[in-house]
Design a protein around this ligand. Structure first.
Ligand SMILES: Cc1ncc(COP(=O)(O)O)c(C=O)c1O
Length: 380
């Protein structure tokens, strides 16, 4: 019997985990107020950068005494800047359960050569946070973008701790509740949950992180691009929109537009609800189908942004080739772009569910997933 293609297609097939789908209302015309060809240090540029910082604070509920900076190098730049500037004052604990977290482990252990305990878990699990010593500096990734497993909440992080927590929250910010009192450094990039443009990162510093910056000088040289202090004092301007180097004012405008859209859907609460509704469509689909499962083993840790899936049907002969063929078929059909699992992750699919994705599109994709699965089983 020929396998029938579903009648309905997602209106937007963009399910990439970064850069992520742009806001549903996006049009280049929305960027017409960008002060292009002007200095970012002119009043108009500085006002835009400050607005980006303060609107981020409002939407994410970041406390007034936390510093927010726009930094070069996207999320990677923000994480590296934090690690290079803050680590080494005390022992560190490096926590990882997928490839981005593993990358931070490598940098700290092999490049910075910090005295660190390394705690890892396999793709699909997270580490046991009860065993993490928060009197050390702890570096971890809130949502493992490449495994779809996240920290469920901040309950395991003590409010009173001697170490700093440095959290890569790039696929979590604007989709998950981040407990600011438990996080000393939080980073994310614009290209993720709000579907912004790549290039810039955000770094959020708690008062304790600032205190460390002002009281500790690492033994290694600090590239200008990472420098947050001068003469032992925080360079306050960075956190008011006086960026270290030149930002893209087009990307800034795009981020401002995305923030306004975020407000229009109910701010953080609305964004979390949208992401969770999207992910639930896939979770329910997995519950109903015996041949596919969430890569996250514990539903409490299942991501509502980067939903990672594995095929579990024992008719599949070559898991990696099968998953690639399914992703390819969906791309060729024009119903899902960029949903193959990350290159270092177990074979499978990864479907982005952040708030810029419409639930109707995720729902429309599910029958296509079944169609592609059946077609590839038949084609083996
Ligand atoms: C958890 C995590 N960290 C870091 C990065 C790198 O982000 P960027 O390319 O914005 O620097 C990504 C990108 O997907 C990510 O998911």
């Amino acid at each position: 019997m020929a396998i029938q293609a579903p009648a309905t297609r997602p209106a937007n097939p963009r399910f990439s985990s970064g850069p992520c789908a742009k806001i549903p209302t996006f049009s280049l015309d929305l960027l017409s107020d960008a002060p292009l060809g002007r200095s970012h240090r002119a009043a108009v540029g500085k006002a835009k950068l400050l607005a980006a910082i303060e609107t981020t604070r409002d939407i994410l509920g970041i406390p007034a005494d936390y510093k927010i900076g726009i930094v070069p190098g996207s999320d990677t730049g923000a994480v590296e800047m934090a690690m290079w500037s803050l680590l080494g004052a005390r022992k560190a604990t490096m926590v990882a359960w997928e490839s981005f977290g593993a990358g931070w482990v490598t940098d700290v252990v092999k490049q910075l050569k910090i005295d660190a305990d390394v705690m890892t878990a396999e793709y699909g699990d997270i580490v046991d946070f009860d065993k993490v010593d928060f009197n050390t500096d702890v570096v971890f990734t809130w949502n493992g973008t490449t495994s779809g497993a996240r920290v469920p909440n901040g309950d395991k992080i003590p409010a009173a701790r001697d170490g700093l927590t440095i959290c890569d929250a790039t696929s979590a910010a604007f989709a998950m509740d981040l407990p600011w009192d438990k996080l000393d450094v939080t980073t994310f990039s614009w290209q993720k949950v709000l579907g912004g443009e790549a290039a810039h990162g955000i770094i959020v510093l708690s008062p304790r992180a600032v205190e460390r910056l002002e009281s500790y000088t690492p033994a290694w040289p600090m590239p200008k691009i990472f420098r947050m202090t001068k003469g032992g004092k925080l360079i306050d301007g960075i956190f008011k929109g006086e960026t270290i180097n030149t930002p893209s004012m087009l990307a800034v405008e795009d981020y401002l537009v995305a923030l306004e859209w975020a407000k229009s859907v109910g701010g953080l609460e609305g964004l979390i609800a949208r992401a969770t509704a999207n992910a639930k469509v896939i979770w329910d689909f997995c519950d109903a189908k015996p041949w596919i499962a969430n890569l996250a083993n514990d539903p409490a840790t299942a991501s509502n942004t980067s939903v990672c899936l594995k095929f579990t049907d024992d008719r599949i002969q070559d898991g990696a080739a099968f998953a690639k063929a399914v992703a390819k078929r969906l791309e060729v059909e024009g119903v899902a772009l960029d949903i193959g699992a990350y290159r270092d992750a177990p074979a499978g699919l990864r479907i982005w569910c952040g708030g810029t994705v419409e639930t109707a599109d995720v729902a429309a994709l599910m029958p296509w997933l079944e169609y592609a699965f059946e077609a590839e089983i038949a084609a083996q």
